[in-house]
Design a protein around this ligand. Structure first.
Ligand SMILES: Cc1cc2nc3c(=O)[nH]c(=O)nc-3n(C[C@H](O)[C@H](O)[C@H](O)COP(=O)(O)O)c2cc1C
Length: 177
């Protein structure tokens, strides 16, 4: 084993799903940005967390104001277009549209989903958790979820670190007592 610098230790618990976090800005325009610090927090109620690296980010500002957001799982087929939505942007810039992605009405929240996404979680903001660290945790309660039938159909893209991504490997079933 080799010692890993603490600044890189998070990489040891990667890869993680890549998602687009959708929110509505003050003008009611859709903002959609890639995030990969996304984690399950509770089965009942279904709570998920998104680690947001600063209160200047529009996903934080918008979700705090509207109380809603939608998580769109990014698949390999639109991975590059989703990652391109990271670019520095202002409210109303609609990077998702410039990348040829499409907005579609959601079922339970006002924030639209990305039509290309094969799995979506529509969420109501539950709370924000502030830690000593550099990320704020946006906690969402999932109000509605939809997906293509199998993981093979979703083919999600996982984020390792930086520009390194992976796709999911073969399924392995292990017995549990
Ligand atoms: C694959 C990928 C994953 C990312 N994950 C995160 C993340 O988990 N947390 C974060 O704060 N920024 C993350 N970023 C950076 C944000 O996408 C970037 O800061 C973006 O401009 C934020 O947009 P917003 O201001 O609309 O929220 C990620 C970028 C990429 C390409």
């Amino acid at each position: 084993m080799i010692e890993i610098p603490l600044s890189k230790s998070v990489r040891l618990i990667s890869p993680r799903l890549t998602v687009l976090v959708n929110t509505l800005d003050e003008e009611g325009e859709l903002n959609s940005s890639p995030y990969s610090w996304i984690f399950p927090l509770s089965f009942n109620p279904p709570l998920i967390g998104v680690g947001i690296g600063g209160k200047h980010k529009l996903s934080y500002i918008n979700s705090k104001r509207t109380g809603e957001f939608v998580v769109c799982v990014v698949s390999v087929d639109f991975g590059q277009r989703a990652v391109n939505c990271e670019e520095s942007h202002k409210p109303g810039d609609k990077l998702w549209e410039k990348q040829g992605l499409h907005a579609e009405k959601s079922e339970k929240v006002n924030v639209p989903r990305i039509r290309e996404a094969k799995a979506v979680l529509e969420c109501k903001v539950n709370r924000f958790i502030e830690l000593e660290g550099d990320h704020v945790i946006l906690v969402g309660e999932v109000l509605h979820a939809e997906a293509e039938e199998g993981l093979d159909d979703i083919n999600p893209i996982l984020h390792d670190s930086g520009e390194k991504f992976r796709s999911i490997g073969k399924e392995i079933i292990l017995k549990r007592r």
